[in-house]
Every structure is written in C-alpha cells, then in structure tokens.
Design a protein around this ligand. Sequence first.
Ligand code: GTR
Length: 447
Amino acid sequence: MPQFLSRIIKAALFGTLTCLGIMSEDNVMLSTAQGQTTPAAVQEQTVVTDWTRYPEIAGLPDLFIARDGSRITTADAWITERRPEIKELIQREMFGYLPAPQPFQATVTKLVPDALGGKATLKEISLKFTKLPAEAPEIRLALWIPNSKKGAKVPVVLTLNYCGNANVTTDPHTTIHTDRYCSKKEFVGQRGAQADFWCVEQVIDRGYAFATYHESDTKADKNTWDDGIFPYLKDAAIPAASHPATIALWAWGLHRCIDQLQAESQLDPSRICLLGHSRRGKTVLFAAAMDERVALVVPHQSGTGGMALSRENNQESVERINRVFPHWFCGEFKKFGGHESRIPFDQHAVAALVAPRLLLDTEGDQDAWANFPRSLETVKAAAPVWKLLGTEGVIGEGLVASAADVKAGGVGDVVQLRLPEKHTLTSEFWTGILNYADVMLPAQPTR
Ligand code: GTR
C-alpha cells in the first residue's frame, strides 16, 4: 500500500475526520469544516483533530507501552514496533510528515584548497533537485575539510545556519549570498558575523570537517508557505494539519546534506554529527531522531519542542510557542496548548529515537528559558531505551558541568553538558562537544 494511503487510513482511524472551527487570538479562522476557505498564510496550520479525544496521561507517557497496549521488552520489539510507531506519532502530531527524499545533482561551485589560512579545503556544493521544477530552490552546502588529515576519512559536524554560509567564518573565500530570507537583519551579507559562535577553525584544528547550510534554502523562518521548498514537495494526500512545518523542512534539508556528505570521499559516513542552536536545536533533534545515519546529535539549548519536556514546563509553554511561532510545528500540535497532559508522547520519546546513537544535550545555566532542568529529565527518562538496546545509556545523574569533565568513563551515550553560559554557543561549548565526539565516536570509520 502506498505510504500516504496508509497514513490517511491511520489518521482516519484516529479520528482526524472530525472537523472543528477554531478561532485564534487575532480572530483568524484556522480551521474549517466542509472546505471553507482559510487565509493562505495559515492554511498549512489547520487543526483537524479534537484534543478531548486524546486521553489524559498522568506523568510521562511510558515509552515501553505500545499503542495497542502491549509492553515492549526487547530491543527487537523496540526497533520493529515501537520506534516506527513513535516516528509516525511525532510527525503526525507535532512536526508534520517529512517529505520523501529527492534526487539531486551535486555541483561543486567553488573549491579552495587553502581556505582558513591554509588549514582547510573549502568546497561549496550546490544540491539541485533534478525531479523538481527548475525554479525550485537549491541547497547550498559549504564544507570545510581539515588539510592536516589528508588521506584519512574524517568525522564531520553538520550545522544549520541562520543567515548564510558566509556568516559562519571570516574566511574570505566563502561566497556571500543575500538573495534568501534572513531573520536577523544585522547578519545579512556580513562575513564572519557569527564566527565566534561557530568556531569553525577550532573544529578544523581538532581534525573534524565542518559543514553548513542556510535554513532559508529550504524554508524561511516565518509563517508563509509559498516560499522555499515546501510548494514543490507538498503532498495533497496528507491532511494539511500534518503537512511538514518549518522544523521538518529544515530537517529534510539536513537529510539531503547528509546524502551528499555520505558521498564525499574524505568524510567518514559513520561519524556524521549534527548540531543546531535553539530552534535549530529542536530541528537537529528531530532530524537525528528520524535518520539513523546521524552518529551524534547536539541539540544546543533546544528548549521547548526540543529537549525540554512539554509537560510541567514552567518556561516556554506549548501554547506560547505555537502562538508566537505558529510556523515551527504542524497544525495538529496547536491543539495541545494548555492540554500538554494529552500529548500522546513527550520529548523523551523524540530523544529515545536517537538510541543507541549518541545524544549530547548542551545547556547554559543562565539560559532558564531553554529549561535545562526539564531537558535533564528528558535525558534521564529516555536513557532506559539505550539500556534496552544494549548500550550504557546514562552515567550517574546524566549531567556534567565542565568541558574538562567530558572524558572517557565520565559521560554516557546520552548526557547533559551544562556550562555557566547564556543563550549562545561559545568556544568552551565546542571544547566540550569535541571532547565528547573524541571519546564517544569510534576512532576509525566503521563502515
Ligand atoms: C525563542 C523561542 C525558543 C527558542 C529561541 C531561539 O524566542 O521561544 O523556543 O527557539 O527563540 O531559537 O533562539
């Protein structure tokens, strides 16, 4: 049966054919019965199911109880039953369904063997989707490979940047693009505007490649749906309320970058790491949950919708995130604002999809809004899945408080690194992240 058909049948069984009319705060009709028209800007957010149909769950949903009520007790049952079930659930109810992969033509548009003062080779690669109309946006991937490691296959850290690849380093070679939306006006066309944040040279000095793409290549960070890649990937057979929202579209772009990174002869396909900050931290967590090619994910200060549990979250509530950023999550997620105890999963289930791979949750203790205590609860609540899959999972309280403490034997497969920092990324964080990758990733390619 085609995938979309089985989704529709499942959705119908679950009651999504119940249509509701709901008014948002600014009185925009978000959802309609009998096909009444909705404003284009919010059309993709249409809510179709009723939260009262979702049973209240006291405490956190049990990761080991399948939807048919049976108990998951083996690694095999987790992998074949529970994991696919959670993947389905989080897409339908929160992020929207990831579009299918698309074939692309990769063209190296620039090759600089002595970038970053000779430390790295810069490759700019255009990923042009061959089955989409010519005007569909390409993804512009920038990749720096350490020159010190010639002949070896190196691990790579892939990131999602805010406003263009030239922002991430002061390297004069990176092409400046200003033709795509940037949510931070002060970054537009500014070479190295975020160089102290991304610390690309530090990454290269540690023997890792660094890769990045600008999020607006796939979707602008705003509540519009006629831009980016979505119009070309839209699947009319999927209910609009479960169409991929912004985070899912960014994640889809990361997956296409991974397609390309896997094909790069100087990179190790078994050591692909993903890192994103804040809303992009939510994105990398989801991207890693959905793609087993990611060996290590670092959702940095990802907060609500990322590592922080939705239940009992005394910082950013589900209602608030959906109201202020209506385009991040799909329409179905809107109904859970104020009704978090009805969400049939919580963020520990998203994190658990990463098991048995590596998950490093990085937080700043002056960044209360990201809710590092509720993120630590996610670390601990997800850890039993690592155990079930035969790895160590969490060590001790699952928390380390300095980059120097990130060492062999001191950190588990899922752990929080909490530094005395604000809502930003710093060189000290990178030291901790690279220490973690050094001790936890295999020393050599494993495939
Ligand atoms: C905040 C938002 C957070 C976080 C952050 C960011 O305003 O409430 O969920 O994602 O933005 O992306 O910097």
